[in-house]
Design a binder for this molecule. Structure first.
Ligand SMILES: Cc1cc2nc3c(=O)[nH]c(=O)nc-3n(C[C@H](O)[C@H](O)[C@H](O)COP(=O)(O)OP(=O)(O)OC[C@H]3O[C@@H](n4cnc5c(N)ncnc54)[C@H](O)[C@@H]3O)c2cc1C
Length: 446
């Protein structure tokens, strides 16, 4: 690729884009990394004031043959936000909740809105956006769409792809449209227009028809599969969902200008049970026995993570609540009232005491205590990254997606590999370990 005329590009962006244009060394340095181990100095950074202004950025970049990359909170762990490109930072200005439809349980947002901010603004409606990565205080909806994120709530609400209505997207060539599930009538209508979008949809249909059987056969049936493009969203059984295809595409296919999100009701009451086990693999062995009780969240943490939090004096009161053991499963149940949530938790506990996975137990039904214990999990990655008196560690093995019934074996084999090659790691795991309440799109529910 020929080098980009950065001075000319910066000049044109300043003339034609409503937003901040930063091509100075300091800004480029600041945007050269995300939460990953990677570093690439960008060509420059633009903070557009509106989605239309972001579209202008891409039009200018195209004229200079300059690559572009979107950035939300920049909390990606695998270098998704680092590249030698023009970086579009959505998080400063494009943060609006544009509309809410409480009957349809949907809302339309700009991509830079932070998840916690969105849910705070939705609070009066009794609705919220379901997926919740541990970075919920910083991650943006655009970034969550880019990564197909999920987190502790994934048991109930799945990944982002399970919660997207439609996306307004822009291709590098300037083609701009709303997309989502596409009925045959809608497809015919798009075809009739004969524009660039029609050509694109035709190609996607062709791709789907050529490879449908192989996609069905070869895409792994793992609930928290977030790697690769969601080609399975294009299958007829998923209504040729073009938005679904684009979720998780990490800024490599389109720029998302707006998103229509599907919302879920806020649960009135929750109960948290913490189960203690002698080791993380033994805890993982218990997961398939827990899933039929339909927890709304299920997360695991191991002894190393707890030790690192102790060294850093993080969450001391919550750590004191943990039951005996070297590894813990945090299992949360929801209900219309406390009795219902508690009842569900007790049913699961009775079953576990009668199973081969007898745990030690801490039962919490006061919200403050529960929040603190969840923080133990959420603080996990940060807690293990820089521990006083320990060598720094770096993220490198993240977000493996494993079928629930193979989790224990997987962790045993992974530990053996660590041992063989002299690595160490803390374990925090969870997410879509089993089922989703809603579309059951990629479900391999046990
Ligand atoms: C401590 C820690 C814990 C984490 N825990 C979780 C977890 O529990 N679950 C989880 O899923 N992830 C987790 N992550 C990863 C990350 O925080 C999430 O995936 C988060 O949703 C990313 O949001 P962001 O706004 O920071 O995205 P960014 O990192 O800014 O971007 C993510 C991707 O989306 C693309 N993108 C952003 N905006 C747009 C747009 N408008 N159009 C097109 N593409 C766009 C970017 O180019 C990039 O490829 C964790 C990270 C850390 C550091």
């Amino acid at each position: 690729m020929s080098p980009v005329d950065a001075d000319g590009l910066a000049r044109s962006l300043r003339e034609r884009v409503d937003g901040d244009v930063r091509f100075d060394a300091g800004s480029r340095g600041a945007y050269s990394t995300d939460a990953s181990n990677f570093r690439q100095v960008p060509i420059g950074v633009v903070l557009p004031r509106t989605p239309d202004a972001a579209a202008d950025v891409i039009a200018v970049a195209r004229e200079y043959d300059a690559p572009v990359l979107s950035r939300g909170g920049g909390t990606s762990l695998a270098g998704q936000c680092t590249n030698t490109t023009v970086v579009i930072d959505w998080s400063k200005y494009c943060t609006e909740l544009e509309s809410v439809d409480t009957d349809a349980r949907t809302c339309v947002v700009q991509p830079g809105i932070v998840l916690d901010e969105l849910n705070a603004q939705l609070a009066d409606t009794g609705l919220r956006f379901g997926p919740e990565p541990a970075t919920h205080a910083n991650c943006t909806i655009g970034g969550m769409i880019g990564n197909n994120s999920c987190g502790a709530t994934a048991q109930r609400t799945g990944k982002v792809v399970d919660n997207i209505g439609r996306l307004e997207v822009l291709l590098y060539d300037g083609t701009r449209f709303w997309c989502g599930e596409t009925s045959d009538e809608q497809y015919a209508e798009i075809e009739r227009r004969g524009d660039l979008r029609a050509a694109l949809y035709r190609q996607l249909r062709g791709l789907r028809d050529t490879y449908a059987d192989r996609i069905r056969e070869r895409y792994p049936d793992v609930p928290r599969r977030v790697s690769g493009y969601n080609l399975d969203s294009l299958l007829p059984e998923h209504d040729f969902d073009v938005a679904g295809l684009l979720v998780g595409s990490e800024s490599t296919l389109v720029t998302v200008l707006r998103a229509e999100l599907e919302l879920v009701p806020v649960l009135e009451s929750r109960s948290l049970v913490v189960l203690g086990y002698p080791s993380i693999d033994r805890a993982a062995d218990a997961v398939p026995a827990i899933l039929p009780h339909e927890p709304i969240a299920l997360e695991g943490v191991d002894a190393k993570l707890i030790r690192d939090e102790e060294i850093k004096h993080l969450n001391p009161e919550a750590l004191a609540e943990l039951p005996r053991g070297n590894a813990f499963l945090m299992v949360q149940f929801g209900g219309a009232d406390t009795e219902e949530a508690d009842e569900r938790a007790k049913r699961m506990l009775d079953a576990m005491h009668e199973s081969d996975h007898e745990p030690t137990v801490a039962f919490l039904d006061d919200p403050a205590g529960e929040d603190e214990l969840w923080q133990v999990r959420e603080a996990g990655l940060g807690a293990t990254a820089h521990v006083p008196s320990h060598r720094d560690t770096f993220e490198g093995w993240e977000d493996s997606a494993v079928a629930p019934d193979r989790l224990g074996d997987y962790l045993r084999r992974l530990s053996a590999l660590y041992e063989e090659f002299g690595y160490a790691s803390a374990g925090a795991s969870g997410g879509a370990a089993g089922r989703r309440e809603r579309r059951h799109r990629y479900s391999s529910s046990p």
